[in-house]
Design a protein around this ligand. Structure first.
Ligand code: GTP
Length: 308
């Protein structure tokens, strides 16, 4: 099942509500006036994408409508999907698909970091990359075992130490082992931590600084957020970004959630590209992010309807 189908069901109520509001607006007549823009912005905010992203979408649409001399509301809505897609931050391709990288996965407890590392290990190994995993989540013995299971499924090597060991030293050893084996994609799972805990954030900063000093490959920090937590995900992302200067996002649990709009809110506000999304608990439930499919699942497709 593709990305669109996986997220479409969860977002169906948001989409139906959106289409209903827009149809009511279109029924009022084709005029593009202040009421039209206000209603559009308010309806976008209801889709969980956050006020800044909604404002940016409306502002850019207004500008396009003026430039093209559009006076018909249906024509403006035909451009909506493209505008939503363009509101996501772009980039991040080098992280998982570049020449080589060390990627640290960070985030609060239970967002899906370990699962995501396992899925990526499998995908990239299947694509012929040489992958190695580091389990720097020495907090929980179960986390080490969990990653071990994923490493076996993906048939990749994993480096770890006993529970309670210093996570920075696990990273150090993982990098040494990567060099010894010639692995060019190093995926490091870190322990979940609350963005509000200063001590744990400090520990993570130390881990990152050790990795940056030791690594010959470029180092990237990817925040894993759980879409089902909605607006809380935005707050987490702000705090992690402030402390660590993130490079990208992975949004998990987009299967079946009505709160998927948060992906746009975070990507736009923090200017972070979404490099992968999680759409289930299985090893193959990882997808490339497609901003056009996302827009279509969130608000429908007025351009398509106009053609029919
Ligand atoms: N439905 C769904 N469940 C997911 C997805 N990704 C992860 N999960 C589930 O979320 C739960 C937590 O996943 P973990 O990978 O253990 O999360 P974590 O971030 O490593 O957790 P900590 O080590 O406690 O920080 C597990 O039950 C996973 O199966 C996803 O994309 N969709």
């Amino acid at each position: 099942m593709g990305f669109f189908d996986r997220i479409s069901e969860g977002l169906s109520r948001t989409r139906e509500r959106f289409v209903e509001s827009m149809n009511l607006l279109l029924d009022l007549g084709p005029v593009v006036d202040e009421d039209f823009w206000e209603e559009l912005e308010a309806t976008l905010i209801m889709a969980d994408i956050g006020a800044p992203a909604a404002a940016a979408i409306v502002e850019n649409l207004r500008e396009q409508a003026t430039r093209k001399g559009l006076e018909n509301s249906a024509q403006v809505l035909e451009m909506l999907n493209g505008q939503i897609a363009d509101t996501f931050a772009e980039g991040g391709r080098d992280i998982l698909d570049g020449e080589g990288a060390v990627v640290l996965f960070v985030g609060i407890n239970g967002t899906g970091k370990t699962t995501t590392v396992g899925k990526i290990a499998k995908e990239k190994t299947d694509q012929g990359r040489s992958v190695i995993l580091g389990s720097a989540d020495t907090f929980r013995a179960a986390a080490i075992e969990q990653l071990e299971v994923w490493a076996q499924r993906a048939e990749v090597e994993m480096v770890t130490r006993e529970r309670g060991a210093d996570p920075a030293s696990v990273c150090f050893e993982t990098l040494e082992r990567a060099e010894a084996t010639g692995a060019d994609l190093v995926l490091i799972d870190t322990a979940g931590r609350l963005h509000t805990s200063d001590d744990l954030m400090r520990e993570l900063k130390k881990v990152v600084s050790v990795v940056r000093k030791r690594s010959k490959l470029p180092v990237y920090l990817v925040l894993v957020i759980d879409a089902t937590t909605g607006q809380n995900g935005l707050q987490q992302a702000r705090e992690f970004n402030k402390a660590l200067d993130l490079d990208a996002l992975i949004v998990t649990k987009l299967d079946g959630t009505a709160k998927g709009g948060i992906a746009l809110a975070v990507s736009h506000e923090l200017n972070l590209p979404i490099v992968k999304i999680g759409v289930g608990e299985g090893i193959d439930d990882l997808r490339d992010f497609d901003s056009s499919d996302f827009a279509r699942a969130l608000v429908g497709d007025f351009a398509q309807e106009a053609q029919e």
